[in-house]
Design a protein around this ligand. Structure first.
Ligand SMILES: Nc1ncnc2c1ncn2[C@@H]1O[C@H](COP(=O)(O)OP(=O)(O)OP(=O)(O)O)[C@@H](O)[C@H]1O
Length: 230
């Protein structure tokens, strides 16, 4: 349902991604892994149609990715996108007015799960709570592709694990494909079906997490350490 066909993305003379090809299936959770600057955000932006490939094609649900086709793609970015004077409930209303696939009922359930009160002003929220709110807003939509860029980075490690596990119940695996770009591999490993590894804009490989454990006796983090040391 998502295809990268010989995709390169240059920023000026600098390589963001170099000749990458892979295919992703519907209904799976993918980890997009790699060190800083390896091209993870670039890959997500290409799927969301926010940047265009310099060469090659990115196909999402049979069509070339662009801003219009991206109506069915949710992209949770690292950057804060909130209006500081808004209260949480204003943000929920705003999302409800902007996105047909947004569910207020689901948003309220998620706010409850994340311990967020609707009357809090966004500018008064801690970084971790802003991170929680971003997840609430993203997961309250029903789009087919969910792109999460470092979704757990602001979260307290003490609660991260339970949040990560809880989030699974809000994903519709019949319809949604999820790609999580992250450095926090340990916590999300149990969630992932397959992993795509990037380094310096190059595609290192894609593999199944369970197979890796069964055949090679390695966790993702062990595999990453070994691969990136080489
Ligand atoms: N707008 C831009 N202009 C110039 N170079 C860019 C731009 N965006 C990304 N790059 C470069 O492209 C490469 C890939 O960047 P990208 O942000 O995709 O990596 P990343 O894996 O998401 O990194 P991080 O883990 O640090 O977020 C980096 O070398 C980066 O400096």
């Amino acid at each position: 349902m998502i295809d990268f066909r010989s995709v390169s993305k240059k920023y000026g003379r600098h390589n963001g991604l170099s000749n990458i090809s892979f295919s992703l299936e519907q209904g799976k959770i993918y980890g997009l892994l790699g060190p800083n600057g390896s091209g993870k955000s670039t890959a997500l932006k290409l799927i969301a149609g926010l940047v265009s490939p310099t060469s090659g094609q990115v196909i999402v649900k049979g069509k070339e990715a662009n801003r219009k086709a991206a109506a069915d793609v949710i992209y949770l970015t690292e950057v804060d996108i909130f209006y500081p004077s808004f209260k949480i409930k204003d943000m929920i209303d705003y999302y409800d007015s902007q996105f047909q696939d947004f569910s207020v009922i689901k948003a309220r359930e998620l706010l409850d799960f994340m311990n967020l009160e609707e009357d809090r002003k966004i500018k008064n929220l801690s970084k971790g709570n802003r991170g929680r709110l971003k997840l609430v807003l993203a997961l309250s939509r029903q789009a087919s592709v969910l792109l999460l860029d470092e979704p757990f980075s602001g979260l307290d490690p003490m609660v991260r694990d339970s949040i990560v596990k809880g989030l699974l119940s809000y994903i519709d695996f019949e319809k949604q494909t999820v790609i999580i770009a992250t450095h926090e591999i340990d916590e999300i490993e149990p969630l992932l079906d397959d992993v795509i590894a990037l380094s310096d804009g190059e595609f290192l490989g894609m593999f199944n997490v369970e197979e890796l454990r069964e055949k090679e006796g390695l966790s993702i983090i062990e595999w990453m350490r070994r691969t990136f040391k080489e």
